[in-house]
Ligand binder design. Structure first.
Ligand SMILES: [Zn+2]
Ligand SMILES: [Zn+2]
Length: 283
């Protein structure tokens, strides 16, 4: 596996790359610009080149870009919907400029207009947007905590999106352990994991899973609430992660931490635990 961490905005790009390398990361996830803002920066080509070199010097690949939280391609309000499309388009361009192969997006919320309509809009929007993306980059659909008006809490629903857009579409999946747990999947026992993986393999396909977000969670299974914990300190727990990592995941799969207090001494602690649970080192 390729271990990585989500780095907060503060500190800047260069410092975050160095910090990730210092704690042994081979991968890194970032927001480009403000995660709660509509306007992403447009880096100058020279600056982008410097950033690509920096990633190479520190042997960090892949860089994973997470879209801003505001993006909702199934939004009920027209203004948000159009802003979401523009921001996704710009994020794909910016990520490609940095040499990133993956952009992660939350499937969004239908905002009360109904599940079917929300899904149809999400799919139709991607169909229109995909031809505008730079080549060599994929959009990864992240599973959500589900519940309420949110879309993409089940592997079946994610599979339906992938099937609707066809095998050749530049789309993949980012599997978030805390979100899967909140959506009701018991990934903390070998039996529960087997069942969840059966559903994932049948409807999504393992070859579509391109990134894992390894997060523990402070909310009960099936609660549809999302609150990340330090690894081993939440409901999934140490034994749960050991079970999760006993699955034969692809060798080079990036596994990224999005644990609390990112950018602090906790990063190294969570990274050590992640490697321990994956059977790669002693604690
Ligand atoms: Zn996310
Ligand atoms: Zn996540």
């Amino acid at each position: 596996m390729k271990y990585g961490i989500h780095m907060p905005q503060k500190g800047g790009f260069a410092r975050n790359v160095k910090r990730a390398a210092e704690i042994g990361c081979q991968s890194l996830q970032l927001f480009i610009g403000n995660p709660t803002g509509w306007n992403p920066p447009r880096p100058e080509p020279e600056e982008a080149e410097k950033r690509r070199q920096l990633l190479q010097e520190h042997s960090i690949y892949p860089l994973v870009v997470h879209t801003a939280y505001l993006i909702n391609l199934a939004a009920k309000k027209e203004e948000f919907y159009h802003k979401s499309r523009r921001l996704l388009q710009q994020t794909m361009q910016n990520a490609s400029q940095l040499g990133s192969p993956y952009v992660v997006i939350h499937i969004g919320s239908h905002g009360g207009k109904g599940y079917k309509e929300g899904m149809e809009l999400f799919i139709a929007t991607l169909e229109e947007e995909i031809p505008n993306w730079p080549s060599g980059i994929e959009l990864l659909l992240e599973n959500t905590a589900g519940g309420g008006t949110s879309l993409g809490g089940t592997f079946i629903s994610i599979g339906n999106i992938l099937k609707a857009l066809g095998k050749e579409a530049p789309l993949g999946v980012c599997l978030d352990t805390a979100h899967a747990w909140a959506a009701g999947y018991d990934i903390s026992t070998p039996e529960g994991l087997e069942k969840a993986m059966e559903e994932l393999c049948e409807h999504v396909g393992m070859e579509k899973v391109k990134v894992i977000h390894a997060n523990d969670t402070g909310t009960p299974r099936g609660s549809h609430r999302d609150r990340h914990s330090h690894l081993g300190e939440g409901h999934i727990g140490a034994e749960g992660f050991k079970a999760f990592f006993s699955y034969p995941w692809p060798e080079d799969l990036p596994v990224i931490l999005e644990t609390p207090e990112m950018g602090s001494h906790w990063d190294a602690i969570n990274m050590a635990k992640l490697r321990f649970y994956a059977g790669e080192q002693e604690l």
